[in-house]
Design a protein around this ligand. Structure first.
Ligand code: GDP
Length: 200
């Protein structure tokens, strides 16, 4: 059974993991390079066109944004990373924040990692995969904007990324995704539901 993601609603924004809502129940975090399509994916998965717009308002792009989906279950929008114009000092802060969040958050069940299917597995992406492997956190990769590639090219990208995963993370899976064409929506919702529903 799939969770009803349409009921997702904005909970809060915090600048640091230490200020996050109570660490209870279950949550799944979304991470990815800036512009990878994270907001579009969150909006498509929840069927709410403006859900992740909150995360895009000035002052909130570097924050951790929480959305409630039912009793004690949350989707978490982590700050986009790797934006070229961000100064190094901010990148370091981001790294510390993300790594802190991944390490301390007991209710975290898995990470959805978004990668533009035309530029998968950047150095940053690999680093995030290795961090997650290190703390035993499952990762599911969405290769976003799949509509931008022809069917054959998209399938080849999927195979190529899948081939590299074992050397980075033993519990990582990957799929094609398009928020625009709604490709891979059920598969993504199934992974999220599976992670979120088994909490006690
Ligand atoms: P974020 O920075 O990771 O939150 O990325 P956004 O969701 O804001 O998307 C970045 C850009 O990619 C925007 O111009 C989107 O319109 C575009 N985009 C996102 N998802 C898709 C998709 O599935 N297909 C196409 N063609 N463009 C997309």
């Amino acid at each position: 059974m799939l969770l009803n993601f349409r009921q997702a609603e904005f909970l809060t924004s915090v600048p640091r993991a230490s200020l996050a809502p109570p660490d209870e129940g279950a949550e799944v975090a979304f991470a990815g390079r800036s512009n990878a399509g994270k907001s579009s994916a969150l909006n498509a998965i929840t069927g709410q066109r403006a859900l992740a717009r909150t995360s895009k308002t000035p002052g909130r792009t570097q924050q951790i944004n929480f959305f409630a989906v039912g009793e004690n279950m949350r989707l978490v929008d982590l700050p986009g990373y790797g934006y070229a114009k961000v100064p190094q000092a901010m990148k370091n802060t981001w790294q510390r924040n993300l790594s802190e969040y991944l390490h301390v958050r007991r209710s975290l069940r898995g990470l959805i990692l978004l990668m533009d299917c035309r530029h998968p597995l950047t150095d940053y992406d690999r680093e995030v995969l290795l961090w997650c492997a290190d703390v035993g956190l499952p990762v599911h990769i969405l290769l976003t904007k799949a509509d931008k590639l022809k069917r054959g090219a998209a399938a080849n990208t999927l195979l190529a990324v899948r081939k590299h995963l074992p050397e980075l993370h033993s519990e990582a899976s990957v799929q094609l995704f398009s928020a625009l064409k709604k490709t891979g929506m059920d598969e993504a919702r199934q992974v999220l539901s599976g992670w979120l529903k088994h909490h006690g």
